[in-house]
Design a protein around this ligand. Structure first.
Ligand code: GUN
Ligand code: FE
Length: 420
């Protein structure tokens, strides 16, 4: 067992933080949290512990929607809305991943930066390329971080140079045998406009037969939604187009964005236990809209956070939390106060425990959770009279990767990946 002493902060529930100043966290040899204590219990009084002093110990971050092959476009090309942005900037960049040397170079940097930013679990879109996707899987396995990794399926309305066939996708999943552990595959239709009914049907079947989770995009942008209504006229709403093919809740499902989901679609998200992945940096950059996060939460819909790079311009979940709060305040003002904005503890909960729930018992320090943690040193900003909540708030708004001293995933301290 390992015992660490620090200022421990986590969110068992969204409405408030648990703070234990100078507390102890006990982690079993298998990496699972045994408990958090103000004072060490009698039976382990004499156990040695590692004293992290006045630093903050928080659950590591979970990014539930991120495009690894868009890493090189970070901060670029944000002058268009979704559909022209895909055509002009994103598809040409993703096509480069046919070259595995290029893929190795960019994917190593991507995984290195996830490590830097303290994101220990992520749900990742790769590209249509099987070799590059295998490479990304191996880079994650070497890193010690957890991930779902999706070979992207797309066989219509995309450039010839960036399409795969249902046959190729079926072969990829036939070949995959190693589907356990903390790096696993996920079924990944890019979105309805990119996939023929044959492709969607196949993906729904593989999800069922191999019991694999699903990730995609939903109701991100008005033009996209109108296009889906033309392409799938029998579907009652965009979400229904996925549902009809077994891609909405048949197995655990992530749907990014949902900026314009309402009415029947909202009901369908709840009834199918879909996790909505809110991507506020991306939604502002691509002028997509403000997702009704408060309405989702009030209706019992699960919500997590995603960076959605390179629609989002930064991999840090600090930025994503900050934008989530700020956009929710704009939604609050627009609703004339009817939609309460997100509190700091709610945003933190979304980035840790809510997102972590997709990976098992991840994202909290309650007994039985995987010890995924970050040790934060904010001493350069610190004044003695600051509360732990204010220190955490300032870290979320002003902090960056340099403040992270140590990173743990499943109880193991992860050192900087080499060869990035
Ligand atoms: N919809 C389909 N593909 C994409 C993508 O790569 N990024 C975003 N933000 N939305 C999409
Ligand atoms: Fe996306």
């Amino acid at each position: 067992m390992n015992i660490y002493k620090a200022n421990i902060i986590y969110t068992p529930t969204p409405d408030r933080f648990s703070f234990v100043r100078g507390g102890y966290i006990c982690v079993a040899a298998n990496g699972i949290v045994e408990g958090v204590y103000e004072k060490l219990p009698d039976e382990i009084q004499d156990h040695s512990f590692t004293d992290f002093g006045d630093r903050l110990l928080i659950p590591a971050f979970n990014d539930l929607h991120v495009h690894a092959p868009q890493y090189r476009n970070l901060g670029l090309a944000l002058d268009e809305e979704l559909l022209p942005w895909l055509e002009k900037y994103t598809f040409p960049e993703e096509a480069k991943f046919a070259d595995t040397d290029y893929a190795r170079r960019i994917y190593r940097r991507f995984v290195h930066e996830l490590w830097m930013q303290g994101t220990m679990r992520s749900s990742v879109f790769a590209t249509i390329h099987a070799d590059a996707t295998d490479l990304l899987t191996n880079i994650f396995r070497e890193s010690g971080m957890g991930a779902y990794i999706g070979l992207v399926a797309m066989d219509r309305n995309s450039p010839d140079y960036l399409q795969n066939t249902p046959k190729q996708v079926a072969e990829y999943f036939e070949r995959l045998t190693d589907t356990d552990g903390i790096v696993r595959p996920i079924i990944t239709p890019r979105f309805i406009p990119s996939c023929t009914p044959d492709m969607l049907r196949l993906l729904g079947r593989i999800a069922r037969e191999k019991n694999l989770p699903v990730q995609s995009h939903l109701s991100e942008n008005r033009s996209e939604i109108n296009w889906v209504a033309e392409l799938e006229p029998d579907a009652s709403c965009y979400a229904d187009a996925y549902r009809r093919y077994g891609l909405l809740g048949q197995t655990p499902t992530l749907m990014a964005h949902c900026c314009h989901s309402a009415g029947e679609e909202m009901q369908m998200l709840r009834d199918n236990d879909v996790v909505v992945v809110h991507c506020p940096t991306s939604n502002s950059n691509l002028a997509s809209g403000i997702a009704p996060v408060r309405v989702f939460l009030d209706n019992g819909i699960r919500v997590a956070l995603g960076s959605d790079i390179s629609g989002g311009h930064h991999l840090s979940m600090l930025r994503v939390m900050q934008y989530a709060i700020q956009l929710s305040k704009l939604a609050y003002a627009r609703s004339e106060g009817k939609l309460p904005y997100l509190s700091l503890s709610e945003a933190f909960y979304l980035a840790t425990k809510a997102g972590g729930s997709f990976f098992g018992k991840v994202g909290s320090f309650e007994k039985g959770y995987d010890f995924d943690a970050l040790l934060i040193d904010d001493s350069y900003l610190n004044y003695d009279d600051y509360s732990l909540e204010h220190r955490l708030q300032r870290y979320i708004y002003l902090g960056d990767d340099r403040d992270i001293r140590l990173r743990f995933c499943q109880g193991r301290q992860l050192l900087e990946p080499s060869n990035f």
